[in-house]
Design a protein around this ligand. Structure first.
Ligand code: SF4
Length: 152
């Protein structure tokens, strides 16, 4: 990960900072990341919470495509029960983008594989731990707006 060399503001997945916001009630703290960003202004974000979802919640996966397709209305995010939760994911992505613009953030460090935060690969929609190429919904929206996204 790049070292912070100026007054930049960085969005970070809240779960990587240890906040218990994941679907299963846990976090996934990344001490090395916290250390690397110790001198940086960090904005914690959980797009799924910002979109109105609660913890705990059922796991959800992109169905047959990626976050860019969800933003285009061409694909969905569904939870394990089959419920379409796409609207919450899109709302959360726009809330994160608004925070980025409000704080002048040009970079984000987001949690890998998530249907919101994933960057470069996401679960394939079968709930079998298989991955496909693609970005999560929030990552796709941030990239559309020129924000650099890294995955952890
Ligand atoms: S991966 Fe993203 S959406 Fe999922 S719990 Fe972490 S911050 Fe929230």
């Amino acid at each position: 990960m790049e070292q912070n060399t100026n007054e930049e503001v960085v969005l970070v997945s809240a779960c990587l900072l240890g906040q218990p916001v994941r679907y299963n009630g846990g976090g996934c703290a990344d001490p090395a990341l916290v250390l690397a960003l110790a001198e940086t202004e960090v904005i914690p974000v959980c797009p799924e919470h910002l979109g109105g979802l609660l913890t705990p919640r059922l796991p959800a996966e992109l169905q047959g495509s990626d976050g860019a397709a969800v933003l285009n209305g061409c694909a969905r995010v569904c939870d394990l029960s089959g419920a379409d939760v796409s609207a919450a994911y899109v709302a959360g992505a726009h809330a994160v983008l608004a925070l980025a613009q409000q704080h002048g953030a040009t970079r984000a460090v987001l949690k890998q594989n998530s249907p919101s935060c994933g960057c470069g690969q996401v679960y394939d929609g079968g709930f079998h731990n298989r991955m496909v190429a693609g970005d999560g919904v929030t990552t796709a929206l941030l990239r559309r707006h020129g924000i650099k996204v890294e995955s952890r």
